[in-house]
Every structure is written in C-alpha cells, then in structure tokens.
Design a protein around this ligand. Sequence first.
Ligand code: NAD
Length: 350
Amino acid sequence: MAKIKIALAGVGNSASSTIQGLHYYGNLANEDKSVGLRSLTLAGYHPRDIEPVAAFDIDTRKVGKDLSKAIFAEPNNAVKIFEVPELGITVQKGQVLDGVGRFLKDMVRVDASPAVDVTKILKESGAEILVNLLPSGAVQASQWYAAQALHAGCAFINVTPVRIASDEGWAKRFKDADLPIVGDDLIDQVGATTIHKTLLQLLSKQGVRISQTYQLDVGGGTESLDTLERSRKTKRLTKTKTVQSALPYKAAVVAGTTDYVDFLQNRRDSYLWLEGSYFGGAPMEIELRLCTLDGPNAGSVLLDVIRAVKVALERGDAGAVLSISAYAFKQPLQMLPLEEARRLFERFLQ
Ligand SMILES: NC(=O)c1ccc[n+]([C@@H]2O[C@H](COP(=O)([O-])OP(=O)(O)OC[C@H]3O[C@@H](n4cnc5c(N)ncnc54)[C@H](O)[C@@H]3O)[C@@H](O)[C@H]2O)c1
C-alpha cells in the first residue's frame, strides 16, 4: 500500500500515544495480537502505512527535538507503551496565537525561535493530512492550522472541540479546495460519552424512563487544566447535546469536564449517574466510575480516522465527510445515532 503521510499540529499526550501506537501496532502481523485496535488492517491499510512527515509545537522542550523524543518531553505525561526509534522528523515551531491559556502559562514554556512557514513545510514534506491536536481552548490557532492545511492542499482532521469541520463555512472552504475535512472533538475509544449514550439507549429501549442523568470527570493532563479555564462551557454544551441525543425524549442531562487533579497524571476518572423509573413507576438508579488514560483513548480511534481520511482522499471526497465525522467525533456537521453512524462508516470503507 501507499504510505499515508501525516503532519501533526501539537505534540501533546494524544500525539504521544498515537505515534507510539503506530510503532507498537506497526510491528504486528496478526489480527489476533492487535488487542486495542478495532482492526489491524482498515481498508487495506496497516498502521505501519501511516508515516509522520512533519510536526509542529511551541514548547521549547519539544521544538528542535526529534519527534520520537518530543512525545515524551514534559509536560506530556501519557504512559509509555513503546520505545519509538529515531524518526528523523524535527518538531518545528508553529505560530503561538492563543495556544497557551492563562492556566497553562507556567506549564508550557514557549520557545523563543520564530515560527516557521507551516504551509511551506507541509508542501515540502509531502504531507497529505494535517492532524490538529492543539489544546481545546486554542480556537484561533486551530483555525490558523486549518487555513495552513487549505493552503498546502492537505486534508484536515480536527481532534479538538473547536468548531471547524462542523462549521458550514469551513466545510465549504474545504469542499471548494477539493479536500476532505473531518471533526470535531474525537470520540474516545473507551469514552464516558459512548458508555453513557449506550446505557441510556439500552434502558430507554427496555421501557425505562430516564428523568435525570449526569456525567462528570476529573483528569490530570494539561488538557484538563486548559479545559477548566477556556473550554469547559463549550465541552459541556457539546457533551450534553450528544448524550441527550441518545434519548428519544427530553430529560435533565448534564455532561462535561469538571476539574483538574494533577496527581492523576494522564488518567481520567469519569462519574456517571442516572435515575429513572420502570414498570409501574418503580424507581431505579445507576452509578458508575470509569478510569481510563486519556492519550491511549485517542490513539485507536485516530489510527482508524487517519486511514479512513486516506480513503476519502483516494476517492476524491471533498468537504465535511459525514461517514467519518459522525462515527468518530462528538460534534459532526450532522449528529447520527451510534448504530447508524457505525453502519455508515462501514459502508464508506467498503
Ligand atoms: N482522549 C483524548 O486525548 C482526546 C479525546 C478527544 C479530543 N481530544 C482533544 O485533542 C486535543 C489534544 O489533547 P492532548 O491531551 O494531546 O493535549 P495536550 O495539552 O497534551 O497537547 C497539546 C499540545 O499542543 C501544543 N500547542 C499549543 N499551542 C500550539 C500552537 N499554537 N502550535 C503548535 N502546538 C501548540 C502544546 O504545547 C501541547 O504539546 C485537545 O483539544 C483535546 O480536547 C483529546
């Protein structure tokens, strides 16, 4: 198979797990050994076919380093699953813009060197896809990278909750440029939102009437701290909307990030609670705690998305690709029920 050449904007925890995953799974030949991936080969592509060709960050502990080292540089705290060999890709300095929020200014050390010409580097590196992994509060910077992707002729994957792929204006700009775009806000592989939605759907199919439910979480990555300051409100809106969409009627729903607990490191603890009534109005409640690691939670889905976007490029799909966005992102241009999104994605790959 041809290589899938990707560039990364942001070398944080999600980037770290994804790059480690490329090498960890890239060495596997058998499907039965590939625990943690939905499929080792997707549309004919193996993880080893994904080749990072450029990476951008602003932290001085990452800029100028080989990507294999930068993914383990502080303040990243994603778990090490694989010793990545030297990749020959130097992390380059991007435009800072609103990349560093107030809460992160003591944790992120902005490199003093001037920003590089990102469009030029994307073109020279042969990157086909730019993956946006910036902090969720970096609205201007995320949009700026989307514009660089357009200028360089790259497809765009928006992992962040910043509205880009779900914005009609941006989707049109990519359509006009004959480039695919997918997003926004990646769905975790073992995510509290997916589990919450699945539980609600299951119970309501059983005839249970849910009256109230919440999903709150605490995490220890820089992303949790940034969310606390800048994107808590947006995240709460997005998550609440997607959880509510699992029910065929209105209930009191609250879902969103609540706090930062430094010693958790890259761990995220999510608390789910729901209350409802069943036969004859009998009351019922469920309480559940989910403990996961943030970085690996993005890696598996992202490997699928990258390979699917390559398929979209090969087919000449342009603009917001619904089959990928509805399946792998919390905020697509059009929200679909879980099963329908999965079917659409599978049909797309066939
Ligand atoms: N499971 C997951 O991790 C998951 C799931 C869904 C969505 N997301 C989204 O993915 C994004 C990344 O998450 P993360 O945990 O890797 O965050 P992170 O804070 O670990 O990494 C962000 C990186 O971006 C860099 N950065 C900041 N401004 C920049 C700029 N202007 N140019 C280049 N680099 C810049 C930072 O230095 C840092 O290395 C977030 O928006 C998050 O909401 C993650």
